[in-house]
Design a protein around this ligand. Structure first.
Ligand code: ATP
Ligand code: MG
Length: 228
């Protein structure tokens, strides 16, 4: 699956209701082409739930997601997963080398490409400290929440050929200075892609084409940054 200017995404009455009765309900949305969409709304409003469904990681309770008129479930896992780069809210760091963690989605990446991604994600000094072959995770060196988030961003920089990009609070664990530095590297990565960013950081909105406001699992508003 190659997302292009003509590609269409359609969410129809999309719902995911957890056992608690919470989740998202009856989301309707149609998009075409290279759109950059921000998902905003208070904690618990359903941003991560929506992203997990778009990533194909969670099955809707009802309703459907269609890409080019085809139901998401019917696209083979491999075909879809190879087009999507999903950065979840919590970064999964496993026990292994720094290189293995960075190249998790792109195991054939060259050291040169990995080092470039490390630089864009602001991890150069950590790399100098532990090296690509250093162990991190449970049986190696523990890294901070902000460093883990930058590992997630480095993974996204390495997977730049994937043209559906789903970022769940990609800069939430960074201090504002680091955040703005790395944001300048992230913005070019968003071009010519379908992008969804869930965020509480409102400075992202002016870089997005569309803003979707969620409230208690429902879409409360859709519009451009200026309109809302
Ligand atoms: P935040 O800004 O805190 O990340 P969010 O907008 O991403 O919040 P979600 O994580 O999508 O919100 O949660 C939406 C609702 O669904 C919340 O009420 C949450 O408690 C509930 N929820 C999320 N994940 C689960 C789960 N795995 N099991 C049960 N309920 C869940
Ligand atoms: Mg969330």
């Amino acid at each position: 699956l190659r997302w292009d200017e003509k590609a269409q995404l359609q969410l129809t009455n999309l719902s995911k209701i957890y056992e608690t009765g919470r989740g998202i309900s009856e989301v309707n949305l149609e998009l075409q082409g290279f759109q950059k969409v921000a998902l905003v709304g208070s904690s618990g409003s359903g941003k991560s739930t929506l992203l997990a469904m778009l990533a194909g990681f969670m099955v809707p309770s009802s309703g459907e997601i269609k890409i080019n008129q085809q139901k998401l479930e019917t696209l083979t896992d491999e075909k879809y997963r190879q087009s999507v780069q999903f950065i979840p809210q919590k970064t999964y760091i496993f026990s292994g080398t720094f290189r293995e963690n960075l190249a998790f989605y792109e195991p054939t990446a060259t050291d040169e490409a990995i080092i470039q991604a490390v630089e864009l994600a602001g991890l150069t000094s950590l790399l100098e400290e532990i090296g690509l072959d250093g162990q991190i995770g449970a049986s190696g060196r523990t890294i901070s929440g902000g460093q883990a988030q930058r590992v997630a961003l480095a993974r996204a920089f390495l997977s730049r050929s994937r043209n559906i990009l789903l970022l769940d609070e990609p800069t939430a664990h960074l201090d504002i200075e680091t955040e703005l530095e790395i944001k300048a590297n992230i913005l070019p990565l968003l071009e010519n892609k379908l992008v969804f960013i869930a965020t509480h950081r409102l400075h992202w909105l002016s870089s997005m084409d569309k803003v979707i406001v969620l409230n208690e699992g429902k879409v409360e508003g859709v519009g451009s940054h200026e309109e809302l």
